[in-house]
Design a protein around this ligand. Structure first.
Ligand SMILES: [Fe+2]
Length: 379
């Protein structure tokens, strides 16, 4: 990031203030500057060599000066002068990294949206060969939590080939991929022909799968429509309508369990998870795998009232994006944000078949960042 010209620098013992020509103002604590000295970084890996306990307890600035692209600092307790790149200080002053995962675009009124018009859609040839189109698609996937591919060959296993362009597949007890089709004795209702209400997958895992991809190999001609809703937008709606219910759902640990062949998985987490700054960070709604809550009766009754309020929002058709995925269509969504479901279908007449897989969330963010850097370097 290229910084504009510096217009003013003020050095006080406990902090440095820098003003740039575009109005950006950076304030840096002396202890923070001492911790971030460039010479405290490994020359190859860039990782920090020092620990906070190595720093002087009372770092104090004596003076500062700007020369060319650098800013030098003299300390009161140390003879060695520190030099910081102004571009680096400017990047630190401008706040959050510009990564799309930090800038989600919420969409509440799902019923007014069209999957292929309003969300990122890329063809099978384009994701393989058009890096710029893939970056645009990944960026929108990270911002909207949902995107689609079209024309992915309806051949078993091709989903893994497609996901190699998106992120890292996470293997589970279902394997690297799983088949979604009707079986006689399903261990999971996903493997029946019943409709499924909006849910997040696998809240009984640690961590919960980051992204989920579903590739339609054989669509049902009647029924089996896909449903999606933005769980972050719905949680924000609950917060606005009924703040007490929202708070209860963020603070009550809910047990989730899956027991099947080769796995007995258990985790506890709130239905709405907040980040350390209080932002909505994850939704873990899955009525099929919630276990009996162990709460005193009065608390349990209050929890159920809040749980119902949220469930009613999830059922509200105004908030659901409904789409019919055809053979070769692939949907991918942020499983910790975008809830998914389906309408029922008649499996006896029509053997609907999807293949799915999970991807780690950080690997999808990383793929977008690497691609952005590579394309920026090219241009
Ligand atoms: Fe699911």
């Amino acid at each position: 990031m290229k910084a504009p010209a510096v217009t003013a620098v003020t050095a006080r013992p406990e902090r440095l203030t820098v003003q740039w020509a575009d109005g950006t103002r950076g304030e840096f604590a002396a202890i923070w500057l001492r911790d971030n000295l460039p010479e405290n970084r490994h020359h190859h890996s860039g990782q920090r060599l020092n620990d906070v306990a190595d720093l002087p307890r009372d770092s104090r600035i004596r003076s500062s000066s700007v020369a060319g692209t650098g800013l030098s600092l003299a300390w009161q307790d140390e003879s060695q002068v520190a030099t910081f790149a102004l571009d680096w200080l400017y990047a630190c002053a401008t706040g959050l990294p510009g990564r799309p995962e930090f800038h989600p675009r919420r969409w509440l009124q799902g019923a007014t949206l069209d999957a292929k018009r309003d969300f990122a859609l890329l063809s099978w040839p384009a994701i393989q060969s058009d890096a710029r189109a893939r970056l645009g698609w990944l960026t929108r996937l990270l911002q909207d939590g949902l995107a689609f591919l079209t024309g992915v060959p309806s051949i078993e296993g091709t989903i893994l080939e497609a996901m190699a362009f998106v992120g890292r597949v996470a293997e589970t007890n279902y394997g690297r991929l799983f088949d979604v089709r009707t079986v006689a004795q399903p261990e999971n209702l996903a493997f029946s022909d019943l409709g499924l209400g909006l849910h997040a997958d696998n809240p009984y895992r640690e961590p919960v799968p980051g992204f989920q991809a579903l590739h339609t190999l054989v669509a049902a001609p009647d029924g089996g429509d896909s449903l999606f809703a933005d769980g972050f937008a719905l949680a924000a709606q609950l917060q606005a309508d009924d703040p007490d219910s929202f708070t209860l759902l963020t603070r009550t640990p809910v047990p989730f369990r899956y027991r099947g062949t080769g796995a007995d998985l258990y985790a506890e987490r709130p239905l709405i998870e907040l980040s350390c700054t209080g932002a909505i960070a994850a939704i873990a709604y899955n009525n099929r795998s919630i276990q009996p809550l162990r709460l005193p009766a009065a608390e349990c009754t209050a929890f159920y009232a809040a749980y119902r309020r949220f469930a009613e929002l999830l059922r509200d058709p105004r908030f659901q994006l409904s789409t019919r995925l055809g053979n070769g269509d692939l949907a991918i969504f942020d499983n910790r944000r975008v809830l998914h479901g389906r309408t029922g279908f008649a499996s006896v007449k029509h053997p609907r078949h999807l293949q799915g897989c999970y991807l780690t969330r950080d690997s999808v963010c990383s793929e977008a960042a690497l691609l952005r850097a590579a394309l920026a370097a090219e241009s």
